[in-house]
Design a protein around this ligand. Structure first.
Ligand code: PLP
Length: 432
């Protein structure tokens, strides 16, 4: 999911031959529509009366708005260099693996019991981590919430604050998963626009908030897929209006999705620093990106305790397994090592941005572990040539742009070499 983070976006266009490896759904909704109850052709009588008539399979009552949807998914292709879903390229070290293995073994002895459904130990550890990472003080377990990826945290937010008759708002280009959480919670979805340089004009944002009166505003910062961080003064102006801009004069819940916050450049603050003044602010984070734990599925948020209490109502009982809690706690014990990695990925990112610009390309200034670059008259052709060279990037964002995740130095070098070749071909065929 940036995949949604990576998971970000829908699969690349079906023109991509290899992208077709995405598994098709087993479900065939046939002619299901919102209004038609007409039997389909398969119900025809058998020609030969000696054949027993096949009983017609009952038609599943799929919600009409889901009938023609495809399951979300960035393509998971078997390619040597994966720079498409913003993962940390470094697998956990032997020391981290050993801690996790020992913690899981301890948890295994108690797997006959349900886990701590309030996962207090993990919430306390996450609060301590956030204080350390951001320099903010005063966070404790009551301010923290966690779930199976920040995708599930977002779902909890929309389950608690969205719903029928309510609206969620974001500003495009934005994270492609948001409209899916809105759909799944029967929340109306509105996307305003960012400026041409992908910044957010606070006057434009505020005007739209006043008009739409959203229950929830989703603001990724740094933004995916552009890497653009929101300046705190912009966030504060939005928070000010949001005090009464929600349904029936209630507040709008403002969600700052800081999935990539650890990669922000020096001097760029986290919205955690203004959390204490804003009971309608939620700052979401994840262990999937900087922390290198995408496979563990742990996302979390910090917010006022009353907001967290609302999420406790909608979560499934025991949603965070004992194994997940053990893995996350063990990994958090190695924060130093993981933070050192983040520092080197940041350097790698900044060097890659300079290199892209030296090639005469646009590279959007990034506070994340990826760079949106372009612009190409046929981005799909460039994406395809990189794939042929064994490098998978993401075809996402406004037309003409591609997004590349910062990998290891070796992976980045392979990307540079392949892109150099791809651009040469592109300029032969006519670059924008
Ligand atoms: C990757 C990403 C997430 C995190 O997803 P997880 O479910 O925690 O893996 C959240 N928001 C954005 C914008 C992302 O790109």
């Amino acid at each position: 999911m940036d995949t949604a983070g990576g998971h970000t976006a829908r699969p690349p266009s079906r023109r991509a031959g290899t992208a077709g490896s995405r598994r098709r759904s087993h479900l065939d909704w046939g002619t299901v529509t919102a209004t038609s109850d007409a039997p389909d052709a398969s119900a025809a009588e058998p020609r030969d009366a000696r054949e027993a008539p096949e009983p017609r399979a009952p038609r599943l009552p799929i919600r009409p708005e889901l009938a023609h949807e495809e399951p979300y998914g960035a393509p998971q292709l078997d390619v040597p260099v994966l720079l498409n879903v913003n993962e940390n390229p470094y697998p956990p070290s032997e020391a981290v693996v050993a801690s996790i293995a020992a913690a899981v073994a301890r948890a295994a002895h108690g797997l006959n019991r349900y886990p701590d459904r309030e996962f207090r130990a993990l919430r306390t550890a996450l609060a301590a981590y956030l204080e350390r990472e951001s320099g903010v003080t005063g966070l404790d377990a009551d301010h923290l919430w966690a779930a199976n990826g920040s995708n599930e945290v977002m779902l909890h937010l929309l389950q608690a604050f969205g719903g029928p008759g309510r609206t969620a708002l974001s500003f495009a280009p934005t994270y492609s998963m948001y409209p899916e959480y809105a759909r799944d919670t029967h929340t109306a979805w509105v996307a305003g626009r960012r400026e041409d340089d992908f910044t957010l004009d606070p006057d434009v944002a505020i005007a739209l908030i006043r008009e739409v009166r959203p229950a929830v505003v989703l603001l990724p910062s740094p933004n995916n897929p552009t890497g653009t961080a929101l300046p705190l003064p912009v966030v504060e102006r939005i928070l000010d209006v949001a005090r009464t801009s929600g349904p029936d004069g209630a507040a709008t819940v403002v969600v700052l999705d800081e999935a990539y916050a650890e990669f922000r450049r020096a001097g760029v603050p986290s919205a955690l620093s203004i959390l204490a003044d804003h009971p309608h602010l939620a700052v979401t984070r994840t262990m999937s990106k900087a922390f290198g734990m995408a496979g563990a599925r742990v996302g979390y948020l910090a917010a006022a305790p009353a907001l967290v209490d609302a999420l406790r109502i909608v979560r499934l009982p025991y949603h965070l397994s004992a194994v997940t809690q053990a893995v996350a706690l063990a990994a958090l014990g190695h924060t130093d090592e993981l933070m050192a990695q983040v520092a080197s990925l940041r350097q790698e990112r900044d060097a890659l941005a300079v290199w892209l610009q030296e090639r005469g390309l646009d590279a959007v200034a990034s506070d994340a572990n990826f760079i949106l670059f372009g612009r190409f008259s046929d981005r799909h052709a460039v994406w395809r040539r990189l794939l042929d060279a064994g490098i998978l990037v993401r075809e996402v964002g406004p037309d003409g742009w591609l997004r590349v995740t910062v990998g290891t130095p070796e992976e980045t070098a392979a990307f540079r070499a392949a892109l150099t070749q791809a651009i040469e071909q592109e300029s032969v065929e006519g670059r924008a």
